[in-house]
Design a binder for this molecule. Structure first.
Ligand code: ATP
Ligand code: MG
Length: 377
C-alpha cells in the first residue's frame, strides 16, 4: 500500500485527483491483504507517464499505465467509462471522464466499486460497504444491463461468491439466469481463469451451487459435470485438484473437459492422476512412476493419507538418470543394437532397483542383467 500511496501523493501534488480503487479497497475493508493495488486518477496516461521515472504501457488504449517503483508495478488508470459492448464482452469504445463517480459506475459489483483516499477515507456511492458487511454480491446499476454489456461479469459474480463466501443478491442472480446464454461470447481462457479461481476459493460449493441454479453451467463445455456434490471437495491451492474432483466424481476421462484448453502439463497430470486413482495399492513403483503433484491430486479427494513426499524421498532412485547403468551399458553387455528389447530391459532394471530387489550398483546390475537376460532369451 505504501507504493500506491506514494503514487497518489505525487499525482495530487501535480494537481490531479487520485484514489485506490476496486479489489484493493474491498480487501482492505474486510481485513485481508490486497494482492495488488489499483490506482484511478483524473490524469491522462500521458500526464501519468510524464510524472514518473519508470512506466510501462501495459494497457494504454484502456488508459492504464504501470508505474514501477523499486521494481514493483502499480497500475494507474485514468477515470473512464465504457460503452458499446456490441459483442457482449469488449467495450466498443473507452472514454476518459473527469469524475471518479463515473469511473466507479462502470465497475461490476458494489463491493468492487469503492475508492479510498490517501488518508484512507472511503468513497462509496453504491453502498458497497453495507453489502460487504452483509456478505452480498450486487451489480452496480441495473443488473440486466451490466450483464448484457459484459457476460464475463456473471461468472465473476459467482467466483466472488465462493472467494468471499457471499450470497448473490436476488435481482442480480435473476439477471444472471436470464443472460446465462451470453456466456458463449466469452473467451474460453477467461472462463477457465474464473473457474480456476473458484477451485481454490474458500467456498467452492457456494459458487458451484450458483453455477447450477442460474443455469450458467448449461453454457459451459460439459457443464452437467459441475452438478455434483461439492461439499466434500477439500479446496487447496492447486486449481487442478478441483478439475480432478470433477472428473473423479463423475467417473469421466480428461476428454470431457478438453475444451477448456488445459496446458499439456495439466492435461498429463490429470490423466496420470486418474490412472493412479484406479490403483488399489500404492507401492514404491507407483511412488516412482507418478509425480508428487499427480498423487497429491488423488490424495486430496480419496482420503488416502500416505505421505507422498516422504515416500518419494525414501526411494532408492528418483529417476532413470540416477540409475548406475543405462541403455548403453545394456547394449555393450549384450553386443546388440538398440531396439524394442532395450526399452523393455531398461524398465525391468529400473523396476528391480526401485523395488529394492537389486542394488543400484553397476557391477550388481551387470550380474543381475546377464543372469536374467540369459534366462529369458
Ligand atoms: P482479484 O482479487 O481477483 O484481483 P479484483 O476485484 O481486483 O479481484 P480485477 O479483475 O483485478 O478484480 O479487477 C479490478 C477491478 O476492476 C474490480 O474490482 C472491478 O472494480 C473492475 N472490474 C474488473 N473486471 C470487470 C468487469 N468485467 N466489469 C466491470 N468491472 C470490472
Ligand atoms: Mg485485482
Amino acid at each position: 500500500m505504501k507504493k500506491a500511496k506514494c503514487i497518489i501523493a505525487r499525482l495530487k501534488e501535480a494537481g490531479y485527483e487520485a484514489y485506490m480503487v476496486g479489489g484493493a479497497v474491498r480487501d482492505h475493508l474486510r481485513g485481508a491483504t490486497p494482492h495488488d493495488i489499483d490506482v484511478a486518477t483524473s490524469a491522462s496516461p500521458e500526464q501519468v507517464k510524464a510524472l514518473f521515472e519508470r512506466t510501462i504501457d501495459t494497457g494504454i488504449e484502456h488508459g492504464t499505465v504501470m508505474v514501477v517503483i523499486e521494481g514493483q508495478g502499480t497500475e494507474v488508470t485514468t477515470f473512464r467509462t465504457e460503452s458499446g459492448y456490441s459483442d457482449n464482452r469488449r467495450p466498443d469504445k473507452v472514454e476518459f471522464v473527469n469524475s471518479l463517480i463515473e469511473d466507479l459506475k462502470r465497475r461490476d459489483f458494489t463491493i468492487n466499486a469503492m475508492a479510498m483516499t490517501e488518508e484512507m477515507a472511503i468513497i462509496d456511492p453504491f453502498g458497497g460497504r453495507g453489502d460487504l458487511d452483509s456478505g452480498i454480491i450486487r451489480a452496480v446499476g441495473v443488473p440486466e444491463e451490466r450483464f448484457s454489456e459484459d457476460a464475463l461479469r456473471m461468472l465473476r459474480a459467482i467466483r466472488f461468491s465462493g472467494q468471499l463466501n457471499f450470497r448473490i443478491d436476488p435481482s442480480t442472480k435473476q439477471a444472471i439466469s436470464e443472460h446465462a446464454e451470453n456466456l458463449q461470447f466469452v473467451a474460453m481462457e477467461r472462463i477457465k481463469a474464473e473457474l480456476d479461481k473458484i477451485m481454490v476459493s474458500v467456498a467452492p460449493d457456494i459458487s458451484m451451487k450458483y453455477l447450477t441454479e442460474t443455469r450458467l453451467s448449461c453454457y459451459l463445455p460439459s457443464g452437467g459435470l459441475f452438478e455434483i456434490d461439492w461439499s466434500e471437495y477439500p479446496a487447496g491451492n492447486d486449481p487442478l485438484s478441483g478439475w480432478f474432483y470433477l472428473l473423479y466424481q463423475n467417473g469421466e476421462t480428461f476428454n470431457s473437459i478438453r475444451d477448456y484448453r488445459f496446458s499439456n502439463q495439466d492435461r498429463k497430470d490429470l490423466q496420470h492422476a486418474l490412472e493412479a486413482s484406479r490403483l488399489p495399492h500404492w507401492d514404491d513403483w507407483v511412488f516412482y512412476s507418478f509425480t508428487e503433484r499427480q498423487l497429491a491430486l488423488v490424495q486430496a479427494v480419496s482420503h488416502k493419507t500416505v505421505e507422498v513426499k516422504r515416500r518419494q524421498q525414501a526411494l532408492p532412485v528418483r529417476s532413470k538418470s540416477e540409475l548406475a547403468a543405462n541403455g548403453r551399458d545394456l547394449m555393450e553387455w549384450t553386443g546388440k543394437k538398440a531396439g524394442p528389447w532395450l526399452k523393455e530391459w531398461t524398465r525391468q532394471m529400473e523396476k528391480a532397483v526401485v523395488e529394492r530387489r537389486l542394488a543400484n550398483d553397476k557391477e550388481r546390475i551387470k550380474d543381475w542383467f546377464i543372469d536374467e537376460y540369459q534366462r529369458h532369451t
